[in-house]
Design a protein around this ligand. Structure first.
Ligand code: PMP
Length: 353
């Protein structure tokens, strides 16, 4: 059979790769190290038995949106929900990017921002971050004035570098960017502040969040954004009808009832992150500051790829960023349980010696 050609603009597109390998200690995809509380699982099992399986889900997901909105002090009309924050971002880009439009990113950052934007047919303009991977305002000024982007991305804490943008940075980018500013806060709960407080009806700003990390629900694929009402209404027109299944709507609504447990887990991960960073700093490594549940580092006297392989030989899998642009020799480790982190720290100490 003859292959049918894909769209011309997709012919050179590469897929997003994140290898899944079977190992003892998996610290490569920034998931939560433990599952949700047992009481959540039990409540979910009860609710599952009551589902009207012959009926479509609530198309507006009102109960879930109300529950998420309450977390941020806003109503359901300011919350858009989808299958993971990746689908949230895809819906934003289908609505505001697309052919003939421009999207700005500041690299290195989360690869999916540019990747999804290209799939919608938009032109992606890549600005550069400063040497310490913070946002360089003169570069923002250059990119924004040259390209007049329809959508500009920030990522705070930034994946894979870990840094948090200061409130003044988000405000300054907002003042400069002519179109929509998206602040991806997939790791927002691990940082000291959130841009959600800057959202109002007159400001072209949205903040995206996920249940995959803090809420220990990566298996369920649930993400959302907080934004102005008019913008959420536009996204609701673009997303497929009934895109969010009943199981997920129930799971998300139940999860937010466990806010105290989740906050406790965040506190434990942040404490563990500080412990891991201190331990890494005494090794032959450059360690970048992190406000997330992962840490980026660069071995000083060994190639990053060799260190990654050495860890894999100890059955510890972390993320190899060493061949990514601007990230020569860099590796990223997700904070795990104290036992997993100990395994990682003793393995890397051996590998480096
Ligand atoms: N944004 C960032 C910065 C991420 O790191 C991730 C997960 N790797 C996502 C969004 C997507 O998260 P999900 O689709 O699981 O909600």
């Amino acid at each position: 059979m003859t292959r049918v050609p894909v769209r011309d603009d997709l012919s050179t597109l590469e897929g997003y790769h994140s290898p899944q390998v079977t190992v003892d200690v998996r610290l490569n995809t920034n998931e939560a190290p433990v599952g949700p509380p047992m009481a959540f699982r039990e409540a979910l099992a009860v609710e599952m038995s009551r589902i009207d399986w012959n009926r479509y889900p609530d198309r507006a997901a009102t109960t879930l949106r109300t529950a998420i909105g309450a977390l941020h002090g806003v109503g359901p009309d300011q919350i858009f929900v989808a299958n993971g924050s990746n689908e949230v971002l895809q819906t934003v880009l289908l609505t505001f990017a697309g052919p003939g439009r421009t999207v700005a990113t500041f690299e290195p950052t989360y690869q999916l921002h540019g990747h999804i934007a290209r799939i919608t047919g938009a032109t992606v303009v890549e600005g550069e971050r400063a040497a310490d991977f913070s946002i360089d305002m003169s570069e923002v000024r250059r990119v924004v004035s040259q390209s007049r982007p329809h959508v500009t991305f920030l990522c705070s804490p930034n994946n894979p570098t870990g840094g948090v943008d200061a409130p003044s940075v988000v405000r300054d980018v907002l003042a400069l960017a002519p179109g929509l500013l998206v602040v991806d806060e997939a790791y927002g709960q691990f940082a000291g502040w959130s841009a959600v407080g800057l959202i109002d009806e007159k400001t072209p700003l949205v903040v995206s969040r996920t249940f995959s990390k803090t809420w220990s629900m990566a298996a369920s694929r649930l993400g959302y954004l907080v934004g102005p009402r008019w913008l959420v209404a536009e996204l609701d027109k673009v997303v497929l009808p009934y895109h969010l299944d009943t199981v997920k709507q129930i799971a998300g609504t139940l999860a937010v009832r466990f806010l105290d447990e989740m906050n406790e887990r965040v506190r434990a991960i942040v404490a563990e992150r500080e412990r891991v960073m201190s331990a890494l700093r005494v090794l032959e490594l450059d360690v970048f500051d992190s406000g997330a549940n992962f840490v980026l580092f660069r071995p000083r006297n060994m190639g990053g790829r060799a260190v990654w392989q050495g860890l894999l030989d100890h059955s510890v899998l972390i993320r190899d960023c060493s061949s990514w642009p601007r990230l020569d020799d860099c590796l990223r480790v997700t904070i795990g349980t104290p036992a997993e982190d100990d395994r990682f720290l003793s393995a890397i100490t051996e590998v480096l010696s």
